[in-house]
Design a protein around this ligand. Structure first.
Ligand code: MD3
Ligand code: FE
Length: 204
């Protein structure tokens, strides 16, 4: 079998210490009080199994009108909460020291949540990487190539893992096949939280 490689994909297993993970979960849950997670609806009219919210100037959103970034929470009509400083520091260290992220998508996975194979194409400039932080239950992540029909490989994303998607990997198809319920005790009540830092608007 030939190895499927994705140039520009970097996985940093256990990049966040258990202590740092616990602090981050607290910061995320506090912000979700003000910006509650909601169930997004795809442009095709199907509710996603993941619930979502956002931090930062811009938040990724989907409903019957399509995918987009917007500056307000769809239910509260308030600006999104700020991005925790520890995440901004992580981005400066690993992604781009000059241009900060303006969007942090928060994906919440219960035991039955998954995310189908897709590309992230709603950002203005694909030269900026995406940085992902996994917290809580382990996920079975799938990543392929630029074409939907390209071969894929399966990778476990565990609590504290950070992954960086740059270069060709930035436009790779990817998704979450499933979450291993009960594999972590980090999040009260269980589940998985994925945080993706992005630059959604053009730089400058
Ligand atoms: C590969 N999130 O929010 S994170 C998403 O675990 C998303 O919630 C998944 O896909 C999750 O769009 C996967 C890892 C990830 C994030 C962005 C990518 C992988 C990526 C962008 C391009 C290629
Ligand atoms: Fe994605």
């Amino acid at each position: 079998m030939s190895e499927v490689s994705t140039e520009g994909f970097r996985l940093l297993p256990g990049r966040l210490s258990p202590q740092a993970q616990a602090v981050l979960v607290g910061q995320v849950l506090a912000r979700l009080e003000a910006a509650p997670a909601y169930k997004p609806i795809t442009p095709g009219g199907k509710p996603m199994s993941v619930t979502m919210s956002n931090f930062g100037a811009l938040g990724w959103f989907t409903d019957a009108r399509g995918y987009r970034y917007q500056d307000r929470h769809p239910l509260t009509d308030e600006p999104w909460p700020d991005i925790p400083a520890t995440l901004l520091e992580l981005w400066a260290e690993l992604a781009d020291p000059a241009v900060p992220p303006d969007a942090c998508l928060v994906n919440l996975y219960g035991p039955d949540a998954k995310m189908g194979l897709h590309q992230d194409r709603d950002e203005a400039d694909f030269r900026f990487p995406v940085l992902s932080v996994s917290l809580g239950d382990t996920a079975i992540f799938r990543i392929g190539g630029a074409k939907r029909s390209d071969p894929t490989r399966s990778i476990r994303l565990s609590s504290g893992d950070v992954c960086l998607l740059a270069g060709p990997a930035r436009l790779a198809h990817h998704g979450i096949d499933r979450v291993i319920a009960g594999s972590s005790r980090l999040i009260p009540g269980g589940g998985r939280i994925n945080l993706t830092l992005r630059r959604a608007a053009p730089a400058g």
